[in-house]
Design a protein around this ligand. Structure first.
Ligand SMILES: N[C@@H](CCC(=O)N[C@@H](CS)C(=O)NCC(=O)O)C(=O)O
Length: 104
């Protein structure tokens, strides 16, 4: 797997943290959405990060979708977030709150 994006992006970080916690091996390409937009576009027409390139060549976009995939790969007993039900809803709510800037 190849993770595209710099770790100064919180969206890239959340994917990298999950990959590390799951012990999944990946190659990191710390490409900038500014200076390396063309290189990113070869994998993701939106030139956004994180972008995850699977060994199959398939490409996953959006951190939430990528985390969903990684949870599935990890399997129900190891996934960081429950696959369904109230525990899943609660965990997704915590994630949403964590992404919000508490400026007020
Ligand atoms: N909802 C997206 C947000 C990703 C995002 O905003 N990435 C920024 C970097 S932090 C980006 O790629 N910006 C470049 C652009 O939008 O053109 C996710 O969760 O992956």
């Amino acid at each position: 797997m190849i993770l595209i994006g710099q770790y100064d992006s919180p969206f890239v970080r959340r994917v990298a943290i999950a990959l590390s916690l799951y012990g999944m091996v990946y190659e990191h390409r710390p490409w900038s959405t500014f200076g390396d937009a063309g290189k990113i576009a070869a994998f993701n027409p939106l030139s956004r990060v994180p972008t995850l390139v699977l060994d199959s060549g398939d490409v996953l976009l959006e951190s939430a979708s990528i985390l969903n995939y990684l949870d599935e790969e990890a399997g129900d007993t190891h996934a960081l977030i429950a696959s369904r039900g109230a525990k899943r809803q609660q965990a997704l709510k915590v994630c949403a709150l964590g992404r919000t800037r508490l400026s007020r």
